[in-house]
Structures are given as C-alpha cells and as structure tokens.
Design a protein around this ligand. Structure first.
Ligand SMILES: Nc1nc2c(c(=O)[nH]1)N[C@@H](CN(C=O)c1ccc(C(=O)N[C@@H](CCC(=O)O)C(=O)O)cc1)CN2
Length: 300
C-alpha cells in the first residue's frame, strides 16, 4: 500500500484563499491594507526565487508588498538602519530578512532588531521565548505549515510519537515546540543521535529537516507513519542534461512512499506552505497591531 501524498501546493492555495478573505475584510471594514516588507541582501539564486514568489503571492492576496534588495556588501549598520525604518513604518505590518545572510552580517543581531510584533518569521528571541513557554507568539512559517498539514491529515496529534530530525532555529526547534503543544511525545534527533534509524522507526510522525539530500530511506520509517519532508536540496540531474539539477528532500521519496501512510513531496509539499503561512502571519500581525480579533484558522 503506497502512502497518501499530502498535497502542500493545494493546501497552500486554500490557506491563501483564507488569507485573501481576511485581507478583504480588513480593507473593507477597517481601511487597513496589511503590508509585508521583505529584505534580501546579496544575490543568492534560491533566495531570489523565494523572495520573488513571496512578493508575487503577497500582492495576489491583496496585501502591500515592499521589497528591499541590497548588495551583498551592505554594511550591518546600513541593514539595521533599514530595519529601524521599517519598524517605524505604519504601512508595514510584517518584516522579514531573507536567510541566509552574507557571512559578514550577524543574523541573530539583525533578526533581533526587528520589532517582535512585525517579526512574521517568528525568529526574534521574544517570539522564540513566547513559543517555548506556550504563550501567544509569531510562529515560524515552515513549522506552522507542517503543523497545519499534520492536523488536517491526522486530526488530533495527542499522544502520538513524533520525531523531528534537525535542530535548527528556523525549523527543528520550533517544530518540536509546536508538536509538544499538540501533546505529542517529541524526540529531536540530530547528528549526534545514537542509532537514529531506530529512533525514527518509533515515530508516528517523522519530520525531516536536516538539510541532507535523501538521507531518510524507507527502512527508517514506521509502516503507516506520516512523513513531513522539509528538505529543499538541489542535486545534479544528468538525465536532464549537462549541468542540470533537480530538487529533492531529506527523504528518499521512492523508498519512503512504499512504507509511510502519508508523505509530503518535494517540490509541492512544505515549500508552498512556508509562503502561505508567511502571508497568514502578516494578516495576524496586522490584526494584532490594530487590536482586532485574530484570523480564524491561520494561527497555531
Ligand atoms: N527569512 C527566512 N528565510 C528563509 C526561510 C524563512 O522561512 N524565512 N525559509 C527557507 C526558504 N524559503 C523561504 O524563504 C522557502 C523555501 C522553499 C519554498 C518553495 O516554495 N519551494 C518549492 C520549490 C521552489 C523551487 O523551485 O525552488 C517547493 O518546495 O515546492 C518557499 C520558501 C530559507 N530561508
């Protein structure tokens, strides 16, 4: 029995539809147009794709998009000055700085200079602390998207064994917090985990966010488990021609799909949900900034 494919692309479209409805109500009922500012420093090709898609989808749901593209050699002082300007701009409800930043810039310092109320990535230490203590916060987009897909597919997650492979600040750690918040028994596996394959085989929910192409094979997966593949790895695709590449996840899809009960594909799974949840966070930030009720179904 092959796994049910969780269609992240279709789910993201449904989330964007909800976002567009909330944006229309904010505009018509309160004269508020949510605004998202995206800052890109440098010319990383993948980041340029993501930022372009973020801007396009921001406009498609009726929000205002403010894109700031800075050269790779931008000084930390200049970047911090731009963020201060965006923090003070009433037309801007959400701010994100596309990661990774060039090596000479301190990502933590930059992220923590964003107004936490406008931190639609949920990376600011204030939002990290609020999430970690079960309080209302801005929730990072990728983990939020994964949680939405898991809840939609499984209903209640209470009591399920969840394993998160990877302990990054932008996915692994917040993902574990969200699963704990839904009463999963959570294990975070990483490069030092002993017998990681056995640890993974105990998982009813397996979230792979490790950044290693096709590391997780079918024999790591408990039969019938739900697998969420966060990986976005470009690998050589000689079958497409000289120098061509293809996108794969952290899970070897061909073997995993024969064992899992459900799985997200790459591309077409977590990625589109990341952007959809960014838009959702921006609407949430606009509602909170204006003392309005939060948008139904768009928060953790
Ligand atoms: N400030 C941030 N930087 C980064 C984040 C983030 O959440 N905030 N996440 C990732 C990149 N990312 C968003 O920026 C992202 C990655 C992938 C996709 C996506 O839609 N992927 C598609 C395939 C797109 C392609 O062809 O390359 C898919 O998986 O179907 C969206 C957003 C790191 N940086």
């Amino acid at each position: 029995m092959t796994a049910h494919i969780i269609d992240g692309k279709a789910f993201a479209a449904s989330v964007r539809e909800k976002v567009a409805g909330h944006v229309a109500r904010l505009k018509d009922g309160h004269g508020i147009t949510p605004g998202l500012a995206v800052v890109l420093v440098g010319e990383d090709p993948a980041s340029e794709v993501y930022v372009r898609n973020k801007g396009k989808q921001t406009v498609e749901v009726g929000m205002a998009s403010f894109e700031h593209k800075l050269p790779a050699e931008t000084s930390e002082a200049d970047l911090l000055a731009l963020i201060e300007q965006l923090n003070a701009d009433p037309a801007v409800h959400g701010i994100l700085v596309q990661l990774p930043l060039p090596g000479h810039l301190d990502s933590d310092l930059v992220i923590n200079s964003i107004d936490p109320a406008k931190d639609v990535d949920g990376f600011h230490i204030s939002n990290v602390g609020l999430l970690g203590t079960g309080q209302k916060s801005m929730v990072p987009c990728t983990p939020l998207g994964c949680l939405m897909m898991l809840r939609d597919h499984l209903g209640s997650l209470s009591g399920l064994n969840a394993v998160v492979i990877g302990r990054s600040n932008i996915v692994g750690k917040p993902m574990a917090q969200l699963l704990l918040g839904d009463s999963c028994t959570v294990t975070i596996a990483h490069s030092r985990t002993k017998d990681i394959e056995e640890v993974c085989r105990r998982a009813d929910i397996l979230v792979a966010a490790v950044g290693r192409p096709e590391m997780v094979t079918g024999d790591w997966i408990k039969p019938g488990a739900t697998v969420i593949d966060v990986g976005i790895n470009r690998v050589p695709a000689p079958e497409k021609g000289e120098g061509k590449t293809r996108l794969v996840g952290d899970v070897e899809f061909a073997s995993a799909v024969e064992v899992a009960g459900a799985i997200t594909p790459v591309p077409g799974g977590v990625g589109p949900m990341t952007i959809a949840c960014l838009l959702a966070n921006t609407v949430t930030a606009a509602c909170r900034a204006n003392g309005l009720p939060e948008p139904e179904g768009l928060t953790a």
